[in-house]
Structure formats: structure tokens, C-alpha cells
Design a protein around this ligand. Structure first.
Ligand SMILES: NC(=O)c1ccc[n+]([C@@H]2O[C@H](COP(=O)([O-])OP(=O)(O)OC[C@H]3O[C@@H](n4cnc5c(N)ncnc54)[C@H](OP(=O)(O)O)[C@@H]3O)[C@@H](O)[C@H]2O)c1
Length: 331
């Protein structure tokens, strides 16, 4: 093969490496969008982890619909910057910041207290914050960090804010709790092994187990909510090119390597704007009025892994969570 024929082949291969995924993404794998135009004037919303990623996009979207949005964040500098960014796009956005470190039950209580000092009702609670890593750590309350942050902190926040959600919900317009889980629950062992998590024997399953816990939590909470005017649903937002991966790939070079060589797989991943659509839909869409205990993916109700619907495991998780937070079993 001549040098020029070889160079032509290399150019074609390099161009296809970038063109094919862009084509696939825009034509074949077009991510679904929340199409609801519903306004939220007069509504109060809280989004956890709203300083970046899909949480920030969600906070901006709901504020654009007229809601007062509480951005519950761990890092207040990043939260102020995120608020400024949203205000640049929409100077009328009504955004308040509240500090929340989900890995600390004390911080969760303080967050709920300061919210309840300002507001008597809450219309939508979006439990978005989350982290994933391959390491084993314990929270300040001595709970495995993925379970502490992704499940237990949100469990506690929900319980403390439930009276405010019940105050705002009506039979025509129920208050909504939206729990951001992940398809990663399908890669979890089917039962939560509290001892192995705690001792670090399950170091590589921490994230998956916590995302399974999100679904089991939704299952039992939905049963307990009964005929209250509050719904709870879970979702998988998609695989998103957000900051989420920073704890798996802490090194900037590793990041660059991953994004260059996995570029073709961009056809199967989402931007943060695309990734936020399912939780925005779960929070506002009229078609989900009164719908509870479901799991959404790609703006549609789908079935999670069978073991994520197990009522016995759901109740076990509920008991464990109540004992860790010293709350009664009944809501
Ligand atoms: N990205 C994906 O592909 C993907 C896939 C499936 C599910 N999800 C889920 O989607 C949600 C949002 O992810 P993302 O992609 O937007 O990730 P992200 O950009 O990393 O955002 C995560 C948010 O959670 C916050 N957070 C982490 N630990 C916290 C803690 N202890 N207390 C309070 N806030 C905490 C982060 O705050 P800091 O800035 O202070 O760290 C950040 O605001 C997560 O629940 C994640 O598990 C993501």
C-alpha cells in the first residue's frame, strides 16, 4: 500500500471515530426530553446536590418554571457559584442555598431545621446528590459512606421533611419525592449485606448497594404513604458525562484518556442537560400525577431488577435506617 493510500485510510478511520457516534447520537439514540410545560409558580422545591451536574440543571429548570428552589449543597462556594450561573441565564430565578452534607446526620438535621424555619410546605423533594467510588470509608456516624450519603442521609431528610410535603400535597396535586437511583443497582448482589459493607469486604459494591437501597426505600415508603397526598418514585438518569466520575478517576490525565478513547461510546452517554430530563419529568409531568412507587428510565416507567421490589428486603432496610437515625418505624 502506498503512503498516500495509507494516510487516506488513517484520516477516514480518525474521522469515523468522531463522526459515527455523533451521527448515532443525533439520529438513532436521541435521548428523550421532558415535554411538560407545567408552571410551578408558588411551589417550593428542594434539590440535593444542586451545585453541579444534573442537580444544577434540574434546579435551573424548576426555577425557570416559577418555583422557589432550595439548592441543598455540601460545598457552599460551589453552590453560590452555581446560583450565580443560573441567575445569569434567568435573573428572576428564585433560588435559596441551604447547607447539607448527607454523610452527616447532624448536617441533615440542621438542613431540615433551617428549611422548616423558613417554609411550612414543600411541594417537590428531589434526592439527587450522590457519589460513587471504589474505596471504603465510614461516615462520621460510622456508616459505610455510599450507604450514608446515597441512602441514609436522604432517608433522614425525607422523614424530617415529610410533614412539610404532607402540608402541601392535595388529592388533585400530590407532593412529589423523586429519588435518583441508578441502573447500577442491577450490578449489585441482590441482598444488601450490611456487615460486608461496613467492614469493607464489599468495597467494590458500595455504590451499587446504595442505589439498590434507593429502590428498596421507595418501595417501603410508597407502602407507608398509603392514601397520603405524597408520591415517591425512583429513576435512572442515564450514563452522563458529568463530574460524577471524579472519584473513580481522580487524575486529570486519566480523565482525558477516558474521554478521548471512549468518545465513540458518547452515542450511549448523555450531557447533563439530557441526563436531567427524567428527573425533571418525574418532578413535574402531568401524566405522573398520583403515580407512586415506580422506577423511570428515559422518561418512561420501566421495571427495575426483581430483587429491588422485594418487600421483605425493603422492610429490613427501613428498620435498619430507623435504627441508625433513631426514628420510629411508623411515619
Ligand atoms: N453520572 C452518571 O452517569 C449517573 C448515572 C446513574 C446515576 N447517577 C446519579 O445521578 C445523581 C447526580 O449525579 P451527577 O452525574 O450529576 O454527579 P455530580 O456531577 O458528581 O453531582 C453529584 C452531586 O452530589 C453532591 N454530593 C456528593 N456527596 C454529597 C454529600 N455527602 N452531601 C451532599 N451532597 C453531596 C455533589 O456535591 P459536591 O460538589 O460537594 O461533591 C454534587 O453536587 C447521583 O445520585 C448519581 O448517583 C449518575
Amino acid at each position: 500500500m502506498s503512503f498516500s493510500a495509507l494516510s487516506a485510510k488513517i484520516v477516514v478511520a480518525a474521522v469515523s471515530w468522531f463522526i459515527v457516534p455523533v451521527f448515532l447520537k443525533s439520529i438513532v439514540f436521541k435521548p428523550p426530553k421532558c415535554t411538560s410545560k407545567r408552571r410551578l409558580d408558588g411551589k417550593v422545591v428542594m434539590v440535593t446536590g444542586a451545585n453541579t451536574g444534573i442537580g444544577k440543571v434540574t434546579a435551573a429548570d424548576l426555577a425557570n418554571r416559577g418555583a422557589l428552589v432550595y439548592m441543598a449543597c455540601r460545598n457552599m462556594d460551589k453552590a453560590s457559584q452555581a446560583r450565580e450561573d443560573i441567575l445569569k441565564e434567568n435573573p428572576r430565578a428564585n433560588l435559596k442555598l441551604v447547607r447539607l452534607d448527607l454523610a452527616s446526620l447532624k448536617s441533615v438535621r440542621e438542613c431540615a431545621d433551617s428549611f422548616l424555619k423558613e417554609e411550612s410546605k414543600l411541594d417537590i423533594l428531589i434526592e439527587n446528590a450522590g457519589f460513587g467510588s471504589l474505596s471504603h470509608h465510614l461516615s462520621e456516624d460510622d456508616v459505610e459512606l455510599h450507604m450514608a450519603c446515597n441512602h441514609l442521609g436522604h432517608f433522614y431528610l425525607t422523614r424530617l421533611l415529610l410533614p412539610a410535603l404532607e402540608t402541601s400535597g392535595t388529592s388533585d396535586c400530590k407532593a412529589r419525592i423523586v429519588v435518583v437511583s441508578s441502573r447500577a443497582h442491577q450490578f449489585s448482589p441482590p441482598l444488601i449485606d450490611y456487615d460486608k459493607l461496613q467492614t469493607g469486604k464489599y468495597w467494590c459494591y458500595g455504590y451499587q448497594q446504595s442505589k439498590l437501597a434507593n429502590l428498596l426505600f421507595v418501595g417501603h415508603l410508597n407502602t407507608l404513604l398509603g392514601d397520603k397526598n405524597v408520591t415517591v418514585n425512583a429513576l435512572h438518569p442515564g450514563t452522563i458525562r458529568s463530574d460524577f466520575w471524579r472519584n473513580y478517576l481522580p487524575n486529570k490525565l486519566a480523565y482525558l484518556f477516558m474521554f478521548t478513547f471512549t468518545f465513540p461510546f458518547a452515542a450511549f452517554t448523555k450531557t447533563v442537560l439530557e441526563g436531567a430530563q427524567t428527573q425533571i419529568m418525574a418532578s413535574v409531568d402531568e401524566s405522573l400525577e398520583g403515580v407512586s412507587g415506580k422506577y423511570l428510565l428515559g422518561c418512561k416507567i420501566v421495571s427495575p431488577a426483581k430483587y429491588a421490589l422485594d418487600p421483605v428486603e425493603s422492610e429490613k432496610l427501613w428498620r435498619w435506617s430507623c435504627s441508625k437515625t433513631r426514628l420510629p418505624l411508623a411515619i
